[in-house]
Design a protein. Sequence first.
Length: 166
Amino acid sequence: MPGDIDAFVALGANLGDGAATLRAAAAGLAALPRTRLIARSGLYRSAPIESRGPDYWNAVVRLRTGLAAEALLDALLAIEATHGRLRPAGEINAPRTLDLDLLLYGSFELRTPRLTLPHPRMAQRAFVLAPLSEVWPEGTIDATPVAQLAARCIAQGQTIDRIGPL
């Protein structure tokens, strides 16, 4: 698909059968129009950060897509809704059945009321960085390798365990 962009999406869930939900969400992402799933990380468990509830299931997928960034965001929100995602008013980082975050969309930078690219907090979260380093081993954020950023977060006390394949 000429003109396609590599996009990276973080998947997370801490309500219901999180592992099964992430697998179903990855299948949903692979089925999006003008989109191919290029790589998927392993499946991880992590303790909540700035959140409450049970541990999270986490993963990252790499897509090649012809969808515009906001169209891809709309698709992510639709997949979340299919899996029962609720956004309670006034609650930030509430427990969720599924969370899909667009981390990177090529090298594009964007700041709109709906979407900020690159994702503003990804470089501070081991649950994003560890799986991201699997699907983007050559990746850097602000000239620092993604794997090194993940190791830094873990050294600062963030817990994450690789469970197996997604």
